[in-house]
Design a protein around this ligand. Sequence first.
Ligand code: SF4
Length: 305
Amino acid sequence: MGFLKKRMARDKAKTNFVEAPPFPDKIIIETINACNLKCVFCGVPELKEKVVKLDLDLARQIIFDSYAAGAREIGFIGNGDSFLHPDFDKIVAFGKEAGFDYMYVTTNGVLADRATLEKLAENGLHSIRFSINAGDAETYAAIHGRDCFQLVVNNLMAAIDIANQHKREGKNLTKVMVSSVVTPQSELGIMDFQKKIASIVDDFMLITEVNEQGAYRMDYKNECNFLFNLLKISSSGLAIPCCGCGHAMLAIADLNNERVHDAWNNDVARNMRRRFLNGDLSGTLCGVCLKHDEDNVQPLIPGIC
Ligand code: SF4
């Protein structure tokens, strides 16, 4: 099992399925809800949400509060590419200042040039995952909506170079990974690409089943652990205990009005977990996800969407 799948299995194994679990040791931060590509399997370009960048003061407060509550990892992932936030490096630096043990980002890699990566590494980033969903320029353009294949491969090579240097010097950025969403159109090219670079990256994960964002689809079967040990912060400051969907429908709080440590086990969160544990998911996003019940789905907080 590769590094990425091992981490997913680890997170699932240590889940505490109770109404008021401890604050998660990992938070996910969406710095911006915009992307510069348009992948064919991704629902983000269809969302048509107003583009919102995470406010710097709010980001700092959430990061410091989360660390104080027990979080030790930050993943910069979401309905967009973190590199599009003009102050992404500053947000990463907040994590380092707070004391986080491990910070990682998933990106399409278009803006992950050497200078930007060096700055992020200096500011405390430990790991980067490139999402590259084709093995040649022509297929890349067809899948991603733009031909940036060579640019992204060049950026990937720069990341590997920096990571090798950081490994030698005992510094921050030591892991570089690739994931590829496999489609019938791209499958052969991706396998070829994987053969070429698997030995020089820390993991190369093939994703054969995806959700609407092209994210890895777990084996849900009523076993989803997100409500109990994962907290995503949307770029507008909503606290959402779900990574894959990211919808405000599952928001438990607006962190512009409530501190993150209070939000984690507030009445909305506890009520949703109680319903989940009792299998009472009608009208919730989890009901759509687990039971394909799309009737009358409502946000947990009325009016938040
Ligand atoms: S919607 Fe619910 S069941 Fe589906 S991934 Fe999110 S938390 Fe898990």
